[in-house]
Design a protein around this ligand. Structure first.
Ligand code: SAM
Length: 270
């Protein structure tokens, strides 16, 4: 960074990996194969990118910070199988990536870790496994079971399409600068398609008001949305559907297993 006159930008979650042992841990955990096509989100200085590029068939690297561009180009110069996409991950047309990625391996930028991860689940059906580093607290939320305090929208949306495994905690000392929070390595394995839009909307609305019942939360969320709703979900229909599923009609969202949200969406009229 000194050579290129660049300072780490904390707002972009620039905590760079400096520990080769962690690279090996990531490599083993991701079960990298020479035939893999991998997507890395947040290339940074290219430490993980170069490690990946030397071990897989093809690597897509997305990095939004223009200041890091020359460093990344320099780091990846010797790797003809790596393609650098200079853009915000939330703006990239992931479905257009060619060749299609089969794995996501990344030290995710903290600010967009959850939305970026969920986008890859939804928009990249070709991806069957993820090995990602993220904030410990986010890792706990992704892997949370129904009934726990950390169980919420990320847990349900990720677990509806994937098996989520908390692999291990990661020390702050493997990054420079050291972040203020702990990190963790999480593995996801695809078990099915991402839930359709209707289910995603129901899940978000169900958890929008955590102290209310599920049906009331959905009603309030529908009323508060600034997008015109084609057909608001009826509170009474939700209450009846919950009862049919063996729940009390005043059930709370955190008591429903991920699959039950899909079932609930099926049971309410379109
Ligand atoms: N892969 C590198 C490593 O392990 O050392 C860097 C990881 S660092 C935690 C996250 C990287 O994501 C930073 O380089 C940051 O600039 C980049 N980033 C932040 N927000 C981004 C976004 N919305 N889209 C793409 N990259 C982003």
């Amino acid at each position: 960074m000194a050579r290129f006159g660049v300072e780490p930008n904390r707002e972009l979650g620039q905590n760079f990996l400096i520990d080769d042992n962690i690279l090996e841990v990531i490599g083993r955990t991701a079960s990298l194969m020479p035939t893999d096509v991998v997507l890395e989100i947040g290339g940074g200085l290219g430490v993980l990118s170069t490690y990946l590029a030397s071990r897989v068939a093809y690597l897509h690297v997305i990095e939004s910070d223009a200041k890091l561009q020359p460093l990344l180009v320099d780091a990846l110069e010797a790797h003809a199988n790596a393609a650098l996409i200079h853009a915000d991950v939330m703006d990239v047309d992931l479905a257009a990536l060619e060749p299609e990625p089969g794995k996501v391996v990344a030290n995710l930028p903290y600010g967009v870790a959850v939305p970026a991860l969920l986008r890859t689940i939804e928009e990249l059906p070709s991806v069957t496994s993820w090995c990602v580093m993220l904030q410990r607290e986010v890792a706990d939320r992704l892997a949370a079971a129904p009934g726990s305090k950390t169980y919420g929208v990320p847990s349900v949306l990720a677990q509806l399409a994937c098996e989520v495994r908390f692999e291990r905690a990661i020390s702050r000392n493997v990054f420079r600068p050291a972040p203020n929070v702990d990190s963790a390595l999480v593995v996801l394995r695809r078990t099915g398609q991402a839930p359709p839009d209707r289910v995603r909307r129901l899940v978000r609305a169900a958890f929008a008001h955590r102290r209310k019942t599920l049906a009331r939360s959905v009603e309030l969320a529908d009323a508060a949305t600034d997008r015109p709703i084609e057909r608001p979900i009826e509170r009474q229909a939700l209450r009846s559907a919950l009862v049919q599923m063996g729940h009390p009609d005043d059930e709370r969202a955190e008591r429903l297993a991920p699959q039950e949200f899909a079932e609930l969406a099926e049971r309410i009229p379109e």
